[in-house]
Design a protein around this ligand. Structure first.
Ligand code: SF4
Length: 157
């Protein structure tokens, strides 16, 4: 029996470095990303009969923003081929402030991503260093501004 409506979570299990406080599963072997995407494609097809449609899609991690736009496009092609994604679905992706730019945000939007989770644990540089984060507070502010310029942060009904 197919589930009528469900949320799809895709875990991207790669990080350039490990933050001391984090217990999410991730590895630093970013050279495995292409193989991981192939495996994701195969798994999408494998489970395609289980679900009728998804009304939310969430790319978490790990660090999804380590993926190139081309790699994200491959993932979205695979899930759109295997599943029906509600045209009004909330599609979220986690990003690390150290990885993204205005152009990256614009390309994300063209893929249908309409919600962001930006990994800013603090705006205090000392705390960010203590936590082992790869960005500083100025970069975090700049990235938030870029995300708004790209059209994120416009609340929907
Ligand atoms: S970047 Fe995020 S997922 Fe990766 S180790 Fe740090 S907190 Fe955890």
């Amino acid at each position: 029996m197919k589930n009528d409506q469900a949320g799809l979570y895709i875990h991207i299990p790669f990080c350039l470095s490990k933050c001391g406080y984090c217990s999410f599963y991730s590895i630093k072997s970013v050279n495995l990303i292409p193989e991981f995407i192939n495996a994701l494609n195969i798994e999408s097809k494998f489970y395609s009969n289980l679900f009728k449609s998804f009304n939310t899609v969430y790319l978490g991690g790990g660090t999804p923003s380590l993926l190139s736009i081309g790699q994200l496009e491959t993932i979205f092609k695979a899930i759109n081929k295997s599943y029906k994604i509600d045209p009004h679905a909330e599609i979220t992706m986690e990003v690390n402030p150290g990885d993204v730019s205005l152009e990256y945000f614009q390309a994300m939007r063209s893929l249908g991503i309409n919600r962001l989770n930006i990994g800013v644990q603090s705006f205090d540089d000392n705390i960010l260093r203590f936590l082992g984060r790869r960005h500083n507070s100025a970069e975090a502010v700049s990235v938030i501004n870029d995300s708004r310029k790209a059209g994120f942060g416009q609340y929907r009904d």
